[in-house]
Write a protein that binds this ligand. Structure first.
Ligand code: 4NP
Length: 155
């Protein structure tokens, strides 16, 4: 199973989602069958490392993070099983690129959150450090629920 996480800039929410997801998959011994990547709908941060606050919150929570920014393309819909977006604006922009022969199922991250709030992962870019830990907690919970639904057997 291949999963692509999508946000706007690909330096805050989606690279953090990718890192949390891949850490959980590694820790549970599923990395042969399940993997994640991330990208942004915008081209602002192509080739850039994640925001320093994203790296800090990942490390504080014992998650390895290693990603360079890239932009969503039409090809991605043929190469991934799930494309999971952070907010409704990402959903709109992502669906606008979806080709006829898409394999990927496009979903909002908080569709999987047991405490879905307003249904969106808030953009922490213009806020403080607290916002990054809140985003971490939302992603951690939602990814646990996603993996529980989609991992049929233990390694
Ligand atoms: P992200 O956050 O979509 O979670 O990566 C943002 C990062 C950068 C910008 C906006 C949101 N920006 O406007 O540069």
């Amino acid at each position: 199973m291949k999963v692509l996480f999508v946000c706007l800039g690909n330096i805050c929410r989606s690279p953090l989602a990718e890192a949390i997801f891949n850490q959980k998959v590694l820790d549970t011994g599923h990395s042969q069958d399940i993997s994640a990547d991330s990208c942004g709908t915008a081209n602002y941060h192509i080739g850039q490392v994640p925001d320093h606050r994203t790296i800090e919150v990942a490390h504080r929570n014992n998650v390895q993070i290693d990603h360079l920014g890239r932009q969503l393309s039409g090809d991605n819909f043929r190469n991934y099983d799930y494309i999971i977006v952070m907010d409704k604006s990402n959903l709109y922009d992502t669906l606008a690129l979806k080709p006829e022969n898409s394999k990927a199922e496009v979903r909002l991250m908080r569709d999987f959150d047991p405490e879905p709030g307003d249904g969106e992962v808030p953009d922490p870019y213009y806020g403080g450090e607290d916002g990054f830990q809140q985003v971490f907690n939302i992603l951690d919970r939602s990814i646990d629920a996603f993996l529980k639904r989609n991992m049929t057997s233990p390694a």
